[in-house]
Design a binder for this molecule. Structure first.
Ligand code: NAD
Length: 469
């Protein structure tokens, strides 16, 4: 079986260039698919669905084989991912491993069985669970492979076919992922389409698509929901976050500092569930700022392909400009850069790991999602004040509480208004748990059996009981 690239189409265009964020130079190119070609792609996905949906055992076998194939391709996929995304090579290998693990998890997850509906009447009713049809998956550039598998593994396991569009910043590793997975699948069960807008908008509004599952920013999520309204397809949105970490009075600063630092700076801060604001009790404020700043100054920043690199570049020029602008605004408003605070003077999109103290709470670096290597630390007086500040946001993805008394931390964590709250760590997720942001952070539930359910619909069969006349 071969890689499923859509055939040449009306108005086929020249491929577009993909840049290496560590150098700013071209590192590859990808097909710039004409949106009109989506009609043929979705038609083929519809045709492929008719047999793919019919045999759950064959699906599980194929997805397990796909997981093996992804693992076997790690030595090709991980460096390609680092080259276009920027993350350190070890993190790319870890991402490939998580991609395979997700395929395996959903291949082995039992789907919901038919359930009777007892309601006391002399009838027999049963709920059965059916797949939806072709699913459109649209993903961002921060974890291209992991987020692709988070979409396609539950959708395919449930019996749907998938048309997946990666970000134009990171199409290369996803194209390879698509061709590797497709060696284990029937034709047209999975298609990767690459190109610039309006490709995503046209995919989200395509009448043949029955579920649009999107991960990305809040404004694009809104646009996707509007596009999907055209066909009234189901919509799942996993959007941005502005997660707060609250440190309690009894926190052991030195003990948690490494973990807290990396919860904010992993993948250069480009994680939806990164710690994006730290609230420290006034008494410990300078200790916390200092502990984080020490770590920021010691981090090895460089190309993700260079041995020893701990932090790569920001992925792209617009994102770097946004991080720089909000840092400058915070500094102009009176914040202090205790570490970093500026771009690095070298080719590529590097920004010095930055710890900001004395930031006005209304500064965009606090109220918006900075999505980069910049962390504001804010002091608080009472715990009520800290919880109110943590919840005072339109986002609602995650949050964390850090302290020694776990019962106390547990009680505070329960007051956070978000989808997932952690104690003494942040953004550690299990494949088996539901993943759902609230407020502007998302619509629908991914992860675990809930992720499978999000790709199924109930179908009820109802008949009179025996003795009917
Ligand atoms: P983005 O919203 O700019 O783009 C996401 C995807 O949407 C890309 O593939 C892009 O090409 C496509 N797109 C752009 N315009 C579109 C349109 N009008 N219609 C359809 N598709 C369109 O996001 P980004 O900058 O690539 O990624 C960063 C964002 O993703 C951050 O906000 C981050 O928090 C969020 N994110 C959320 C999660 C989560 O699970 N909640 C995970 C990772 C990233």
């Amino acid at each position: 079986m071969t890689s499923r690239q859509p055939p040449s189409s009306p108005g086929d265009r020249k491929p577009f260039a993909v840049l290496d964020p560590a150098t700013g130079e071209v590192c590859g190119e990808a097909p710039d698919q004409h949106p009109d070609a989506l009609d043929a792609t979705v038609d083929r996905a519809q045709e492929a669905w008719l047999s793919w949906r019919a045999d759950p055992v064959a699906r599980a076998t194929a997805l397990l084989a796909a997981a093996d194939a992804v693992e076997a391709a790690a030595a090709d996929m991980a460096p390609l991912l680092t080259r276009e995304q920027g993350k350190p090579l070890a993190e790319s290998y870890a991402e490939v491993a998580r991609t395979a693990a997700r395929l395996r998890y959903f291949a082995e997850l039992d789907g919901p069985r038919p359930q009777p509906i007892p309601d006391g009447r002399p009838v027999r009713s049963e709920i059965r669970w059916r797949s939806l049809g072709p699913v459109a998956a649209i993903v961002p550039w921060n974890f291209p492979l992991q987020l692709a598998s988070a979409k396609l593994a539950p959708a395919l396991a449930a019996g749907n076919t998938v048309v997946l569009k990666p970000s134009p910043y990171t199409p290369l590793a996803t194209l390879l992922l698509g061709s590797v997975i497709s060696t284990a699948l029937p034709a047209d069960v999975l298609t990767i389409v690459t190109g610039n807008e309006p490709l995503g908008a046209r995919l989200a509004s395509h009448p043949g698509i029955r579920h649009v599952t999107f991960t990305g920013s809040v404004p694009t999520g809104r646009a996707v929901a509007e596009s999907a309204a055209a066909s009234l397809a189901r919509v799942t949105l996993e959007l941005g976050g502005n997660d707060a970490a609250i440190l309690l009075e009894d926190v052991d600063v030195e003990r948690i500092a490494d973990r807290l630092f990396w919860a904010a700076f992993r993948n250069c801060g480009q994680v939806c569930m990164a710690v994006k604001r730290v609230y420290a009790p006034a008494r410990l404020y300078s200790d916390v700022v200092e502990a984080l700043a020490q770590r920021a100054k010691a981090v090895v920043v460089g190309s993700g392909l260079a041995p020893g690199t701990q932090l790569g570049p920001v992925n792209n020029a617009p994102q770097l400009a946004r991080v720089e602008r909000w840092t400058e605004e915070a500094l102009a408003d009176g914040a202090r850069a205790v570490a970093g605070g500026h771009r690095l003077d070298r080719p590529g999109y590097f920004f010095a790991p930055t710890i900001l103290a004395d930031v006005p709470p209304g500064s965009p670096v606090v109220t918006e999602e900075q999505f980069g290597p910049v962390l504001p630390v804010l002091p608080y007086g009472s715990i009520d004040e800290a919880v109110a500040a943590a919840n005072d946001t339109g986002f609602g993805l995650g949050g964390s509480v850090w302290g020694t008394d776990l019962d106390r931390a547990w009680a505070v964590a329960g007051r956070l208004e978000c989808g997932t709250a952690w104690i003494n760590h942040h953004a550690e997720l299990s494949l088996a748990q539901p993943f759902a942001g609230i407020k502007e952070s998302g619509v629908g539930v991914a992860g675990g059996p809930w992720g499978l359910h999000g790709n199924l619909r109930p179908f009820v069969v109802h008949r009179p009981d025996e003795g009917w006349q």
